[in-house]
Ligand binder design. Structure first.
Ligand code: WT7
Length: 572
Protein backbone atom coordinates (compact mmCIF):
# COMPACT_ATOMS: atom_id res chain seq x y z
CA UNK A 1 0.00 0.00 0.00
CA UNK A 2 3.05 2.24 -0.20
CA UNK A 3 2.37 4.73 -2.88
CA UNK A 4 3.71 8.00 -4.07
CA UNK A 5 2.74 11.64 -3.96
CA UNK A 6 3.64 12.06 -7.58
CA UNK A 7 0.84 13.43 -9.68
CA UNK A 8 -1.38 14.26 -6.70
CA UNK A 9 -2.63 17.78 -6.10
CA UNK A 10 -1.23 17.87 -2.59
CA UNK A 11 2.26 16.60 -3.32
CA UNK A 12 4.53 15.84 -0.36
CA UNK A 13 2.49 16.15 2.86
CA UNK A 14 5.34 17.35 5.10
CA UNK A 15 6.13 20.19 2.72
CA UNK A 16 2.49 21.27 2.59
CA UNK A 17 2.41 21.30 6.40
CA UNK A 18 5.51 23.48 6.45
CA UNK A 19 4.48 25.99 3.81
CA UNK A 20 0.72 26.17 4.36
CA UNK A 21 -0.83 29.63 4.48
CA UNK A 22 -4.41 30.83 4.20
CA UNK A 23 -3.17 33.81 2.18
CA UNK A 24 -1.88 31.46 -0.47
CA UNK A 25 -5.29 29.77 -0.62
CA UNK A 26 -6.96 33.17 -0.99
CA UNK A 27 -4.58 34.05 -3.79
CA UNK A 28 -5.34 30.81 -5.58
CA UNK A 29 -9.02 31.69 -5.42
CA UNK A 30 -8.19 35.11 -6.81
CA UNK A 31 -9.48 36.77 -3.67
CA UNK A 32 -7.93 40.03 -2.62
CA UNK A 33 -8.03 41.42 0.88
CA UNK A 34 -11.20 43.38 1.47
CA UNK A 35 -12.82 42.27 -1.81
CA UNK A 36 -16.23 40.54 -1.63
CA UNK A 37 -16.20 36.79 -1.03
CA UNK A 38 -19.55 35.23 -1.86
CA UNK A 39 -19.75 31.43 -2.12
CA UNK A 40 -22.62 31.65 -4.64
CA UNK A 41 -20.52 33.80 -6.96
CA UNK A 42 -17.36 31.73 -6.55
CA UNK A 43 -19.17 28.49 -7.41
CA UNK A 44 -20.78 29.83 -10.59
CA UNK A 45 -19.82 33.29 -11.95
CA UNK A 46 -16.13 32.86 -11.25
CA UNK A 47 -15.99 29.53 -13.03
CA UNK A 48 -17.79 31.07 -16.03
CA UNK A 49 -15.29 33.95 -16.03
CA UNK A 50 -12.55 31.33 -16.31
CA UNK A 51 -14.09 30.30 -19.62
CA UNK A 52 -15.74 27.18 -18.22
CA UNK A 53 -19.35 28.37 -18.52
CA UNK A 54 -20.12 25.60 -20.99
CA UNK A 55 -18.64 22.85 -18.81
CA UNK A 56 -21.09 20.47 -17.15
CA UNK A 57 -21.45 21.38 -13.48
CA UNK A 58 -24.23 18.97 -12.55
CA UNK A 59 -25.24 15.60 -13.94
CA UNK A 60 -28.53 14.73 -12.33
CA UNK A 61 -30.36 11.41 -12.41
CA UNK A 62 -33.92 11.29 -11.13
CA UNK A 63 -35.31 8.38 -9.16
CA UNK A 64 -37.04 7.21 -12.34
CA UNK A 65 -33.75 7.30 -14.24
CA UNK A 66 -34.27 10.52 -16.21
CA UNK A 67 -30.97 12.29 -16.80
CA UNK A 68 -30.37 16.05 -16.98
CA UNK A 69 -27.19 18.04 -17.32
CA UNK A 70 -26.58 21.65 -16.32
CA UNK A 71 -23.59 23.77 -17.26
CA UNK A 72 -21.87 26.27 -14.99
CA UNK A 73 -23.54 29.03 -16.97
CA UNK A 74 -26.99 27.53 -16.35
CA UNK A 75 -26.13 27.23 -12.67
CA UNK A 76 -25.18 30.90 -12.71
CA UNK A 77 -28.45 31.94 -14.38
CA UNK A 78 -30.68 29.74 -12.22
CA UNK A 79 -29.03 30.75 -8.96
CA UNK A 80 -29.41 34.39 -10.02
CA UNK A 81 -33.09 33.75 -10.67
CA UNK A 82 -33.59 32.31 -7.19
CA UNK A 83 -31.73 35.24 -5.63
CA UNK A 84 -33.94 37.69 -7.53
CA UNK A 85 -37.12 35.82 -6.67
CA UNK A 86 -36.34 35.87 -2.96
CA UNK A 87 -35.37 39.52 -3.14
CA UNK A 88 -38.66 40.38 -4.83
CA UNK A 89 -40.47 38.48 -2.12
CA UNK A 90 -38.84 40.79 0.42
CA UNK A 91 -36.18 38.47 1.84
CA UNK A 92 -33.25 40.48 3.20
CA UNK A 93 -29.60 39.61 3.69
CA UNK A 94 -28.98 37.88 7.00
CA UNK A 95 -32.49 36.36 7.06
CA UNK A 96 -32.82 32.58 7.17
CA UNK A 97 -34.20 30.70 4.20
CA UNK A 98 -34.82 26.97 4.57
CA UNK A 99 -34.49 24.42 1.79
CA UNK A 100 -36.63 21.35 2.34
CA UNK A 101 -36.18 19.30 -0.81
CA UNK A 102 -35.12 15.90 -2.03
CA UNK A 103 -31.97 15.88 -4.14
CA UNK A 104 -33.53 17.74 -7.08
CA UNK A 105 -31.75 20.37 -9.22
CA UNK A 106 -33.60 23.26 -7.57
CA UNK A 107 -32.00 22.33 -4.26
CA UNK A 108 -28.62 23.29 -5.72
CA UNK A 109 -29.81 26.35 -7.66
CA UNK A 110 -31.74 27.78 -4.72
CA UNK A 111 -28.93 27.16 -2.27
CA UNK A 112 -26.50 29.16 -4.38
CA UNK A 113 -29.21 31.79 -4.94
CA UNK A 114 -29.79 32.25 -1.22
CA UNK A 115 -26.05 32.75 -0.77
CA UNK A 116 -25.89 35.24 -3.65
CA UNK A 117 -28.62 37.27 -1.94
CA UNK A 118 -26.62 37.29 1.30
CA UNK A 119 -29.35 35.40 3.16
CA UNK A 120 -28.52 32.39 5.35
CA UNK A 121 -29.38 28.99 3.89
CA UNK A 122 -30.81 26.37 6.26
CA UNK A 123 -30.74 22.92 4.62
CA UNK A 124 -33.33 20.51 6.00
CA UNK A 125 -33.04 16.75 5.46
CA UNK A 126 -36.06 15.70 3.40
CA UNK A 127 -36.72 12.67 5.62
CA UNK A 128 -37.35 14.97 8.58
CA UNK A 129 -40.85 14.79 9.97
CA UNK A 130 -42.98 17.74 11.00
CA UNK A 131 -41.56 18.04 14.50
CA UNK A 132 -37.89 17.82 13.52
CA UNK A 133 -38.60 20.50 10.93
CA UNK A 134 -40.53 22.74 13.26
CA UNK A 135 -37.96 22.67 16.06
CA UNK A 136 -35.19 23.75 13.67
CA UNK A 137 -37.06 26.35 11.62
CA UNK A 138 -38.58 27.89 14.74
CA UNK A 139 -35.16 28.07 16.37
CA UNK A 140 -33.76 30.23 13.57
CA UNK A 141 -36.98 32.11 12.67
CA UNK A 142 -36.76 31.08 9.03
CA UNK A 143 -38.70 33.59 6.91
CA UNK A 144 -39.00 31.48 3.77
CA UNK A 145 -38.86 27.84 2.77
CA UNK A 146 -38.31 26.25 -0.61
CA UNK A 147 -39.97 22.87 -0.85
CA UNK A 148 -41.75 20.38 -3.15
CA UNK A 149 -45.40 19.31 -3.39
CA UNK A 150 -44.69 16.08 -1.47
CA UNK A 151 -42.78 17.75 1.35
CA UNK A 152 -45.12 20.75 1.52
CA UNK A 153 -47.61 18.42 3.21
CA UNK A 154 -45.25 17.89 6.15
CA UNK A 155 -44.36 21.58 6.23
CA UNK A 156 -48.05 22.50 6.51
CA UNK A 157 -48.28 20.51 9.72
CA UNK A 158 -45.25 22.32 11.16
CA UNK A 159 -46.39 25.77 10.09
CA UNK A 160 -48.61 26.70 13.04
CA UNK A 161 -45.41 26.67 15.11
CA UNK A 162 -43.56 28.86 12.63
CA UNK A 163 -44.93 32.41 12.89
CA UNK A 164 -41.85 33.92 11.19
CA UNK A 165 -42.28 31.79 8.06
CA UNK A 166 -43.92 34.18 5.59
CA UNK A 167 -43.06 32.62 2.23
CA UNK A 168 -43.39 29.06 1.00
CA UNK A 169 -42.06 28.46 -2.51
CA UNK A 170 -43.00 25.13 -4.05
CA UNK A 171 -40.94 23.80 -6.95
CA UNK A 172 -41.62 21.01 -9.46
CA UNK A 173 -45.38 21.53 -9.18
CA UNK A 174 -47.52 19.79 -11.80
CA UNK A 175 -50.88 20.59 -10.30
CA UNK A 176 -51.17 24.06 -8.80
CA UNK A 177 -54.63 23.33 -7.47
CA UNK A 178 -53.01 21.11 -4.84
CA UNK A 179 -51.19 24.06 -3.25
CA UNK A 180 -52.68 25.54 -0.11
CA UNK A 181 -53.01 29.07 1.27
CA UNK A 182 -50.09 31.33 0.48
CA UNK A 183 -47.91 28.60 -1.09
CA UNK A 184 -46.42 29.79 -4.33
CA UNK A 185 -45.47 27.62 -7.31
CA UNK A 186 -42.17 28.43 -9.00
CA UNK A 187 -40.23 26.92 -11.87
CA UNK A 188 -36.79 28.37 -12.35
CA UNK A 189 -36.38 26.74 -15.75
CA UNK A 190 -39.50 28.51 -17.01
CA UNK A 191 -38.78 31.86 -15.36
CA UNK A 192 -37.10 34.64 -17.34
CA UNK A 193 -33.31 34.25 -17.24
CA UNK A 194 -31.50 36.60 -14.86
CA UNK A 195 -28.17 37.36 -16.43
CA UNK A 196 -27.03 39.94 -13.99
CA UNK A 197 -27.83 39.79 -10.31
CA UNK A 198 -26.03 42.18 -7.95
CA UNK A 199 -24.44 39.53 -5.77
CA UNK A 200 -24.31 40.46 -2.08
CA UNK A 201 -20.79 41.68 -1.22
CA UNK A 202 -20.19 39.16 1.55
CA UNK A 203 -16.96 39.24 3.51
CA UNK A 204 -15.20 36.24 5.00
CA UNK A 205 -17.26 36.75 8.17
CA UNK A 206 -20.71 37.09 6.55
CA UNK A 207 -23.00 34.23 7.68
CA UNK A 208 -23.73 31.71 4.92
CA UNK A 209 -25.33 28.55 6.25
CA UNK A 210 -26.92 27.13 9.35
CA UNK A 211 -26.39 23.40 9.76
CA UNK A 212 -28.40 21.82 12.53
CA UNK A 213 -26.51 19.20 14.51
CA UNK A 214 -27.13 17.12 17.57
CA UNK A 215 -25.52 17.62 20.95
CA UNK A 216 -25.67 15.86 24.30
CA UNK A 217 -28.12 18.25 25.87
CA UNK A 218 -31.16 20.02 24.52
CA UNK A 219 -32.57 20.20 21.04
CA UNK A 220 -30.34 20.26 17.93
CA UNK A 221 -28.25 23.38 17.56
CA UNK A 222 -27.67 25.45 14.45
CA UNK A 223 -23.96 25.66 13.67
CA UNK A 224 -23.52 28.99 11.90
CA UNK A 225 -21.00 29.10 9.06
CA UNK A 226 -19.59 32.02 7.06
CA UNK A 227 -18.71 32.74 3.43
CA UNK A 228 -14.99 32.54 4.28
CA UNK A 229 -15.48 28.77 4.78
CA UNK A 230 -14.94 28.39 1.05
CA UNK A 231 -11.19 28.70 1.61
CA UNK A 232 -11.19 25.50 3.68
CA UNK A 233 -13.63 23.70 1.43
CA UNK A 234 -11.76 24.62 -1.73
CA UNK A 235 -8.32 23.56 -0.54
CA UNK A 236 -9.44 20.37 1.22
CA UNK A 237 -11.41 19.28 -1.85
CA UNK A 238 -8.40 19.96 -4.02
CA UNK A 239 -5.92 18.12 -1.82
CA UNK A 240 -8.01 15.38 -0.22
CA UNK A 241 -10.40 14.53 -3.08
CA UNK A 242 -7.58 15.26 -5.51
CA UNK A 243 -9.98 16.67 -8.10
CA UNK A 244 -8.56 17.31 -11.57
CA UNK A 245 -10.24 19.18 -14.44
CA UNK A 246 -11.59 16.04 -16.14
CA UNK A 247 -12.85 14.27 -13.06
CA UNK A 248 -16.45 13.30 -12.53
CA UNK A 249 -17.02 13.54 -8.82
CA UNK A 250 -19.78 11.93 -6.79
CA UNK A 251 -20.55 12.68 -3.15
CA UNK A 252 -23.26 10.36 -1.90
CA UNK A 253 -24.19 12.52 1.11
CA UNK A 254 -27.48 14.41 1.15
CA UNK A 255 -27.23 18.23 1.30
CA UNK A 256 -29.48 18.02 4.37
CA UNK A 257 -26.21 17.31 6.17
CA UNK A 258 -22.97 19.25 6.17
CA UNK A 259 -21.09 16.77 3.96
CA UNK A 260 -23.61 17.21 1.17
CA UNK A 261 -23.00 20.98 1.22
CA UNK A 262 -19.27 21.35 1.98
CA UNK A 263 -18.34 18.50 -0.39
CA UNK A 264 -21.51 18.16 -2.46
CA UNK A 265 -21.71 21.84 -3.44
CA UNK A 266 -19.06 24.30 -2.28
CA UNK A 267 -15.77 22.39 -2.51
CA UNK A 268 -16.26 20.74 -5.91
CA UNK A 269 -17.95 23.68 -7.65
CA UNK A 270 -15.41 26.18 -6.32
CA UNK A 271 -12.92 24.03 -8.25
CA UNK A 272 -15.10 23.96 -11.35
CA UNK A 273 -15.59 20.19 -11.12
CA UNK A 274 -18.36 18.14 -12.74
CA UNK A 275 -20.55 16.51 -10.12
CA UNK A 276 -23.00 13.66 -10.24
CA UNK A 277 -26.14 13.76 -8.10
CA UNK A 278 -28.48 10.81 -7.77
CA UNK A 279 -31.92 11.56 -6.47
CA UNK A 280 -32.33 7.93 -5.48
CA UNK A 281 -31.02 6.63 -2.16
CA UNK A 282 -28.90 3.56 -1.57
CA UNK A 283 -29.54 0.91 -4.25
CA UNK A 284 -26.33 -1.00 -5.10
CA UNK A 285 -27.25 -1.66 -8.75
CA UNK A 286 -28.20 1.99 -9.32
CA UNK A 287 -25.00 3.15 -7.66
CA UNK A 288 -22.74 0.91 -9.69
CA UNK A 289 -24.53 1.61 -12.96
CA UNK A 290 -24.25 5.36 -12.29
CA UNK A 291 -20.49 5.05 -11.77
CA UNK A 292 -20.22 3.11 -15.01
CA UNK A 293 -22.50 5.34 -17.06
CA UNK A 294 -21.13 8.69 -15.94
CA UNK A 295 -17.52 7.52 -15.62
CA UNK A 296 -17.28 8.63 -12.00
CA UNK A 297 -13.63 8.99 -11.02
CA UNK A 298 -13.71 10.38 -7.49
CA UNK A 299 -16.21 9.00 -5.01
CA UNK A 300 -16.94 10.30 -1.48
CA UNK A 301 -19.14 8.03 0.59
CA UNK A 302 -19.67 6.70 4.12
CA UNK A 303 -18.75 3.57 6.08
CA UNK A 304 -22.35 2.41 6.42
CA UNK A 305 -22.78 2.50 2.64
CA UNK A 306 -19.48 0.68 2.16
CA UNK A 307 -20.49 -2.02 4.66
CA UNK A 308 -23.81 -2.43 2.82
CA UNK A 309 -21.92 -2.76 -0.47
CA UNK A 310 -19.68 -5.36 1.16
CA UNK A 311 -22.79 -7.27 2.14
CA UNK A 312 -23.96 -7.23 -1.50
CA UNK A 313 -20.70 -8.97 -2.35
CA UNK A 314 -18.22 -9.03 -5.20
CA UNK A 315 -20.31 -10.72 -7.88
CA UNK A 316 -22.42 -7.65 -8.55
CA UNK A 317 -19.28 -5.51 -8.81
CA UNK A 318 -18.08 -7.67 -11.71
CA UNK A 319 -21.21 -6.85 -13.71
CA UNK A 320 -20.15 -3.22 -14.06
CA UNK A 321 -17.22 -1.40 -15.56
CA UNK A 322 -15.91 0.62 -12.65
CA UNK A 323 -12.55 1.29 -14.24
CA UNK A 324 -13.18 5.06 -14.22
CA UNK A 325 -12.73 5.15 -10.42
CA UNK A 326 -9.47 6.75 -9.39
CA UNK A 327 -9.83 7.91 -5.79
CA UNK A 328 -12.19 6.97 -2.95
CA UNK A 329 -12.91 8.75 0.35
CA UNK A 330 -15.21 8.17 3.29
CA UNK A 331 -16.63 10.13 6.23
CA UNK A 332 -19.12 10.04 9.06
CA UNK A 333 -18.17 7.17 11.30
CA UNK A 334 -15.14 5.02 11.96
CA UNK A 335 -14.06 3.31 8.75
CA UNK A 336 -13.26 -0.23 9.83
CA UNK A 337 -10.05 -1.78 8.44
CA UNK A 338 -12.05 -4.60 6.79
CA UNK A 339 -13.86 -2.02 4.65
CA UNK A 340 -10.58 -0.47 3.50
CA UNK A 341 -9.08 -3.85 2.70
CA UNK A 342 -12.25 -5.03 0.93
CA UNK A 343 -12.38 -1.95 -1.27
CA UNK A 344 -8.71 -2.45 -2.23
CA UNK A 345 -9.57 -5.97 -3.23
CA UNK A 346 -12.76 -5.38 -5.20
CA UNK A 347 -12.32 -1.85 -6.56
CA UNK A 348 -8.53 -1.95 -6.61
CA UNK A 349 -8.53 1.21 -4.51
CA UNK A 350 -8.67 1.78 -0.76
CA UNK A 351 -11.22 4.14 0.77
CA UNK A 352 -9.44 7.06 2.40
CA UNK A 353 -10.95 7.96 5.76
CA UNK A 354 -11.64 11.64 6.44
CA UNK A 355 -12.59 13.02 9.85
CA UNK A 356 -14.49 16.21 10.53
CA UNK A 357 -17.74 17.55 11.95
CA UNK A 358 -20.59 19.93 11.26
CA UNK A 359 -18.80 22.43 13.47
CA UNK A 360 -15.49 22.21 11.62
CA UNK A 361 -17.15 22.80 8.23
CA UNK A 362 -14.36 20.99 6.39
CA UNK A 363 -12.04 18.00 6.63
CA UNK A 364 -9.60 18.30 9.55
CA UNK A 365 -7.87 14.90 9.79
CA UNK A 366 -7.53 12.58 6.85
CA UNK A 367 -5.64 10.07 4.76
CA UNK A 368 -4.10 11.76 1.72
CA UNK A 369 -3.91 10.58 -1.86
CA UNK A 370 -0.49 9.16 -2.47
CA UNK A 371 0.22 8.59 1.21
CA UNK A 372 0.20 5.26 3.00
CA UNK A 373 -3.28 4.42 4.34
CA UNK A 374 -3.21 2.78 7.75
CA UNK A 375 -6.47 0.85 7.65
CA UNK A 376 -8.54 1.88 10.67
CA UNK A 377 -6.76 5.19 11.18
CA UNK A 378 -8.25 8.60 10.39
CA UNK A 379 -4.91 9.80 9.04
CA UNK A 380 -3.12 13.05 9.85
CA UNK A 381 -4.22 16.66 10.42
CA UNK A 382 -4.80 18.79 7.35
CA UNK A 383 -1.96 21.25 6.68
CA UNK A 384 -2.64 24.46 8.61
CA UNK A 385 -4.60 22.55 11.26
CA UNK A 386 -3.23 22.06 14.76
CA UNK A 387 -4.84 19.03 16.35
CA UNK A 388 -4.13 17.37 19.69
CA UNK A 389 -5.39 14.82 22.14
CA UNK A 390 -5.98 16.39 25.55
CA UNK A 391 -6.09 14.96 29.06
CA UNK A 392 -8.85 15.71 31.56
CA UNK A 393 -7.16 19.00 32.43
CA UNK A 394 -7.29 19.97 28.75
CA UNK A 395 -3.52 19.74 28.35
CA UNK A 396 -2.03 17.97 25.30
CA UNK A 397 -0.98 14.36 25.85
CA UNK A 398 2.49 13.82 24.40
CA UNK A 399 2.77 10.09 25.05
CA UNK A 400 1.90 8.10 21.90
CA UNK A 401 -1.20 5.92 21.81
CA UNK A 402 -2.71 7.34 24.99
CA UNK A 403 -6.37 8.19 24.36
CA UNK A 404 -7.85 11.55 25.28
CA UNK A 405 -10.12 14.30 24.04
CA UNK A 406 -9.65 15.16 20.39
CA UNK A 407 -9.18 18.93 20.08
CA UNK A 408 -8.37 21.49 17.39
CA UNK A 409 -6.69 24.86 17.67
CA UNK A 410 -8.91 27.70 16.41
CA UNK A 411 -9.35 29.47 14.14
CA UNK A 412 -9.59 27.99 10.67
CA UNK A 413 -11.57 29.36 7.72
CA UNK A 414 -14.56 27.02 7.91
CA UNK A 415 -14.90 26.96 11.69
CA UNK A 416 -18.46 27.52 12.93
CA UNK A 417 -18.91 30.96 14.45
CA UNK A 418 -21.86 30.34 16.74
CA UNK A 419 -24.64 27.98 17.74
CA UNK A 420 -27.63 29.99 16.63
CA UNK A 421 -28.90 31.92 19.64
CA UNK A 422 -26.83 29.90 22.09
CA UNK A 423 -23.60 31.65 22.95
CA UNK A 424 -23.18 29.77 26.25
CA UNK A 425 -23.07 26.33 24.67
CA UNK A 426 -20.82 27.65 21.90
CA UNK A 427 -18.34 28.97 24.43
CA UNK A 428 -18.45 25.76 26.44
CA UNK A 429 -16.89 23.99 23.44
CA UNK A 430 -13.63 25.93 23.87
CA UNK A 431 -11.19 25.14 26.68
CA UNK A 432 -7.62 26.32 27.22
CA UNK A 433 -7.53 27.77 23.73
CA UNK A 434 -8.70 24.51 22.13
CA UNK A 435 -11.95 23.60 20.39
CA UNK A 436 -13.11 20.38 22.05
CA UNK A 437 -14.62 18.09 19.44
CA UNK A 438 -16.54 15.68 21.70
CA UNK A 439 -14.63 12.71 20.26
CA UNK A 440 -11.91 10.62 21.87
CA UNK A 441 -8.81 9.64 19.92
CA UNK A 442 -5.17 8.62 20.21
CA UNK A 443 -2.11 9.49 18.14
CA UNK A 444 0.40 6.77 17.26
CA UNK A 445 4.20 7.04 17.12
CA UNK A 446 4.05 8.21 13.50
CA UNK A 447 1.45 10.90 14.02
CA UNK A 448 -1.55 8.93 12.68
CA UNK A 449 -4.82 9.61 14.52
CA UNK A 450 -7.09 6.76 15.66
CA UNK A 451 -10.74 7.26 16.61
CA UNK A 452 -11.62 5.85 20.03
CA UNK A 453 -15.26 6.82 20.39
CA UNK A 454 -17.44 9.74 21.35
CA UNK A 455 -16.97 11.52 24.64
CA UNK A 456 -20.67 12.29 25.04
CA UNK A 457 -24.16 10.78 24.71
CA UNK A 458 -24.73 11.67 21.05
CA UNK A 459 -25.85 8.70 18.93
CA UNK A 460 -24.16 8.11 15.55
CA UNK A 461 -26.34 5.99 13.31
CA UNK A 462 -25.05 5.36 9.82
CA UNK A 463 -22.95 8.52 9.97
CA UNK A 464 -25.86 10.68 11.13
CA UNK A 465 -25.89 12.17 14.58
CA UNK A 466 -29.04 11.89 16.65
CA UNK A 467 -29.60 13.87 19.85
CA UNK A 468 -30.89 11.63 22.64
CA UNK A 469 -32.85 14.59 23.98
CA UNK A 470 -34.74 15.07 20.72
CA UNK A 471 -35.80 11.41 20.70
CA UNK A 472 -36.70 11.53 24.39
CA UNK A 473 -38.85 14.64 23.87
CA UNK A 474 -40.70 13.04 20.99
CA UNK A 475 -41.25 9.86 23.03
CA UNK A 476 -42.75 11.88 25.87
CA UNK A 477 -45.38 13.24 23.52
CA UNK A 478 -46.75 9.73 23.00
CA UNK A 479 -49.86 9.26 25.12
CA UNK A 480 -48.53 6.12 26.82
CA UNK A 481 -45.06 7.34 27.75
CA UNK A 482 -44.27 8.64 31.23
CA UNK A 483 -40.46 8.58 31.16
CA UNK A 484 -38.00 8.05 28.35
CA UNK A 485 -34.32 7.71 27.60
CA UNK A 486 -32.49 7.13 24.32
CA UNK A 487 -29.07 5.61 23.78
CA UNK A 488 -27.12 4.18 20.85
CA UNK A 489 -26.84 0.40 20.80
CA UNK A 490 -24.14 -1.27 18.66
CA UNK A 491 -25.18 -2.34 15.16
CA UNK A 492 -23.20 -4.27 12.56
CA UNK A 493 -24.03 -2.04 9.61
CA UNK A 494 -25.02 1.34 11.05
CA UNK A 495 -22.45 1.31 13.86
CA UNK A 496 -25.21 2.33 16.26
CA UNK A 497 -28.99 2.45 16.16
CA UNK A 498 -31.34 4.20 18.55
CA UNK A 499 -32.63 2.21 21.50
CA UNK A 500 -35.26 3.66 23.82
CA UNK A 501 -36.03 2.88 27.43
CA UNK A 502 -39.58 3.73 28.34
CA UNK A 503 -41.63 3.79 31.52
CA UNK A 504 -45.35 3.74 30.78
CA UNK A 505 -48.12 5.80 32.30
CA UNK A 506 -50.49 3.84 34.50
CA UNK A 507 -53.20 2.14 32.53
CA UNK A 508 -50.84 1.17 29.66
CA UNK A 509 -49.41 -2.29 29.17
CA UNK A 510 -46.15 -3.04 27.36
CA UNK A 511 -47.45 -4.88 24.28
CA UNK A 512 -45.92 -5.47 20.85
CA UNK A 513 -48.57 -3.16 19.37
CA UNK A 514 -47.71 -0.38 21.73
CA UNK A 515 -44.03 -0.83 20.91
CA UNK A 516 -44.75 -0.44 17.19
CA UNK A 517 -47.01 2.50 17.82
CA UNK A 518 -44.25 4.29 19.74
CA UNK A 519 -41.65 3.51 17.07
CA UNK A 520 -43.88 4.85 14.31
CA UNK A 521 -44.75 7.90 16.32
CA UNK A 522 -41.07 8.89 16.52
CA UNK A 523 -40.41 8.00 12.90
CA UNK A 524 -43.19 10.28 11.68
CA UNK A 525 -42.37 13.18 13.97
CA UNK A 526 -38.58 13.10 13.66
CA UNK A 527 -37.23 10.79 10.97
CA UNK A 528 -36.53 7.13 10.20
CA UNK A 529 -33.00 7.66 11.57
CA UNK A 530 -34.22 8.81 14.96
CA UNK A 531 -36.77 6.00 15.26
CA UNK A 532 -35.84 3.57 18.05
CA UNK A 533 -35.11 0.15 16.57
CA UNK A 534 -35.54 -1.34 20.02
CA UNK A 535 -37.74 -0.36 22.93
CA UNK A 536 -37.27 -1.70 26.41
CA UNK A 537 -40.01 -1.11 28.93
CA UNK A 538 -39.04 -0.45 32.55
CA UNK A 539 -41.07 0.39 35.63
CA UNK A 540 -38.91 3.41 36.16
CA UNK A 541 -35.72 4.81 34.68
CA UNK A 542 -32.47 5.22 36.64
CA UNK A 543 -32.02 8.87 37.61
CA UNK A 544 -29.66 11.06 39.58
CA UNK A 545 -30.99 12.77 42.68
CA UNK A 546 -31.61 15.90 40.64
CA UNK A 547 -33.80 13.87 38.29
CA UNK A 548 -31.44 13.56 35.35
CA UNK A 549 -31.75 10.25 33.54
CA UNK A 550 -28.50 8.27 33.71
CA UNK A 551 -27.98 7.22 30.12
CA UNK A 552 -24.57 5.89 31.16
CA UNK A 553 -26.25 3.28 33.34
CA UNK A 554 -28.64 2.32 30.55
CA UNK A 555 -25.72 1.97 28.14
CA UNK A 556 -23.94 -0.33 30.58
CA UNK A 557 -27.13 -2.39 30.97
CA UNK A 558 -27.49 -2.61 27.22
CA UNK A 559 -23.95 -3.85 26.78
CA UNK A 560 -24.21 -6.26 29.73
CA UNK A 561 -21.51 -4.38 31.63
CA UNK A 562 -21.54 -4.02 35.42
CA UNK A 563 -23.69 -1.11 36.55
CA UNK A 564 -22.50 -0.79 40.13
CA UNK A 565 -24.54 0.61 42.95
CA UNK A 566 -26.51 3.40 41.35
CA UNK A 567 -28.16 4.50 44.57
CA UNK A 568 -24.90 6.10 45.70
CA UNK A 569 -24.19 8.02 42.49
CA UNK A 570 -23.60 11.71 42.98
CA UNK A 571 -25.71 14.31 41.28
CA UNK A 572 -24.16 15.18 37.96
C1 WT7 B 1 -19.10 13.22 14.20
C2 WT7 B 1 -19.48 14.43 13.40
C3 WT7 B 1 -18.85 16.10 8.77
C4 WT7 B 1 -18.84 14.69 8.63
C5 WT7 B 1 -20.23 14.14 8.67
C6 WT7 B 1 -20.79 14.04 10.05
C7 WT7 B 1 -18.15 11.15 13.76
C8 WT7 B 1 -17.14 11.74 11.51
C9 WT7 B 1 -15.58 10.24 11.37
C10 WT7 B 1 -14.52 9.37 11.06
C11 WT7 B 1 -14.87 8.33 13.12
C12 WT7 B 1 -16.25 10.07 12.59
C13 WT7 B 1 -17.44 11.79 14.94
C14 WT7 B 1 -17.69 13.26 14.71
N1 WT7 B 1 -17.22 11.00 12.65
N2 WT7 B 1 -16.17 11.28 10.72
N3 WT7 B 1 -13.84 9.46 9.91
N4 WT7 B 1 -14.19 8.42 11.97
N5 WT7 B 1 -15.88 9.11 13.46
O1 WT7 B 1 -20.78 15.30 10.70
O2 WT7 B 1 -22.92 14.96 11.92
O3 WT7 B 1 -21.28 16.70 12.69
O4 WT7 B 1 -20.78 14.25 12.94
O5 WT7 B 1 -19.19 12.05 13.39
O6 WT7 B 1 -18.03 11.37 16.15
O7 WT7 B 1 -17.58 14.05 15.88
P1 WT7 B 1 -21.50 15.36 12.09
Amino acid sequence: MNSTNEGTNIGPYEERVKDFSWDAVSRELGHEDGAPLNIGWYCTDRICKQGLGGKTALIWESTQGEERKYTFDQMRLYSNAYAKLLQELGVKDGERVAIYLDRVPSLYFSLLGILKLGAIAVPMFSAFGEEALQVRLANCDAVACITSPRLARKLRKARPGLPALKRVIVVDVDDESKLKGDEMAYSVEDAPPVDDFPVFPATEETPSLLHYTSGTTGQPKGALHVHGSILSQYITTKWVMDLKPDDVYWCTADPGWVTGISYGVIGPWSLGATQLVLEVGFIPARWYSAIEKHRVSVWYSAPTAIRLLMREGEEIVKQYDLSSLRHLCSVGEPLNPEAVIWSEKVYGLPFHDTWWQTETGAIMITNYPGMEVRPGSMGKPFPGTAAAVLDDRFEPITEPNKPGKLALKPPWASMFREYWGNRTIYESKFKNGWYITGDRARIDEDGYYWFEGRDDDVINTGGHLVAPFEVESALLEHEAVAESAAIGTPDKVNMEVVKAYVALKSGFEPTKDLELSIMNFVRKRLSPLAMPQYIEFMDKLPKTRSGKIMRRVLRAMDRGEPIGDISTLEDE
